[in-house]
Design a protein around this ligand. Structure first.
Ligand code: RBF
Ligand code: MG
Length: 314
């Protein structure tokens, strides 16, 4: 998949571009369904499946204090879109100036001239451009003049109504409520965080007998505090693990940490890139009367995680 950063890097229109536009945070099943339509249409006209997305997320620009934690940061979002089978992603840097572009200019100058759009797939509620003028009705009005087809998707919504609306907001709610198991149905995968292993208090191994890798998160959605069964990815290798998110209230320093104990693992992790998939919530974080009591509980958590993950092929 080709990732094109900014519009000036498009040197010529794509061959019969079939386009969809959106933020696609989380690349959830609703997004995936839209991508499948784009790909199918592209196949039928021997064209190019193209996703147009924005970076940073528009709400971060439009709402001054709004920094909603993201479900997928840029790198993961691109990986997931590529996995879906999209061939080109155009990332438009979202600025206040860009937000002011009218739907008509966006259509004529960007979608038609630069991208070479021959079909567009959009959800029936979607709209782009200044004051959200670029909706389904708008697109249909210009379809003949500019020679493109409008494919409106409403069954994403229909499917969602029968279960519960699939939306990035719903995914965020579930993750923040610790309901990581349920996110699987919306994402088609488990919720993942990515980060680097940073140095912690060097207490886990020494004091408790369970060394942990501490992870720094930037801008990313963090599950509710507590203990989880997880899988861990280090480069190409996968492991089982238990994660603790919180302030370790048994101790006095009250620092927020996301830490993972990797099962059956020995080795140095500082500075390494790490990915953690949240499979099941095990319990709330608690304050223990003694370090020994905490150690015993962690040993039980590890057993719980082993049971939960017993059927997982890594
Ligand atoms: N610390 C607590 O104070 N309360 C807990 O309930 C707690 N549960 C944990 C569960 C697991 C599986 C792990 C790996 C750690 C847990 N911790 C908990 C954090 C522990 O205090 C921390 O790993 C060490 O203090 C090292 O930073
Ligand atoms: Mg640690």
């Amino acid at each position: 998949m080709k990732i094109i950063q900014d519009l000036y890097n498009i040197h010529s229109p794509f061959k019969r571009a079939v386009v969809t536009i959106g933020n696609f945070d989380g690349v959830h099943k609703g997004h995936q369904a839209i991508f499948q339509q784009v790909i199918e249409k592209a196949r039928s006209i021997k064209g190019t499946p193209v996703v147009i997305t924005f970076e940073p997320h528009p709400v971060r620009v439009l709402k001054k204090n709004g920094r909603p934690p993201l479900i997928t940061l840029f790198e993961q979002k691109m990986e997931l879109i590529a996995q879906a089978g999209i061939k080109v992603v155009v990332c438009i840097p979202f600025t206040e100036a860009f937000a002011g572009i009218t739907a008509k200019r966006f259509l004529e100058e960007i979608l038609i001239k630069q991208i070479g759009m021959k079909a567009i797939v959009i959800g029936k509620d979607y709209a782009f451009g200044k004051n959200r003028k670029g909706d389904v009705e708008f697109l249909k009005k210009y379809a003949d003049r500019y020679g493109f087809e409008v494919i409106v998707i409403d069954w994403v919504q229909a499917y969602a109504r029968s279960t519960r609306r699939i939306s990035s907001t719903r995914v965020r709610e579930l993750v923040m409520a610790g309901e990581v198991k349920k996110t699987f149905n919306l994402l088609g995968r488990y919720y993942q965080i990515r980060g680097r292993v940073v140095s912690g208090r060097n207490r886990g191994g020494r004091l408790l007998g369970f060394p942990t890798a501490n992870i720094n998160l930037v801008d990313e959605l963090c599950p509710k505090m507590g203990v989880y069964a997880v899988t861990v990815e280090l480069g190409k290798k996968k492991y089982k693990g238990v994660a603790n998110i919180g302030y370790s209230p048994t101790f006095e320093d009250h620092q927020f940490t996301i830490e993972v104990h990797i099962l059956d693992f020995k080795g140095e992790l500082y500075g390494k890139a790490i990915r953690v998939n949240f499979i099941r919530r095990i319990r709330n974080e608690k304050r223990f009367a003694s370090i020994d009591a905490l150690s015993k509980q962690i040993a039980k958590d590890i057993q719980t995680a082993r049971n939960v993950l017993a059927d997982f092929c890594l």
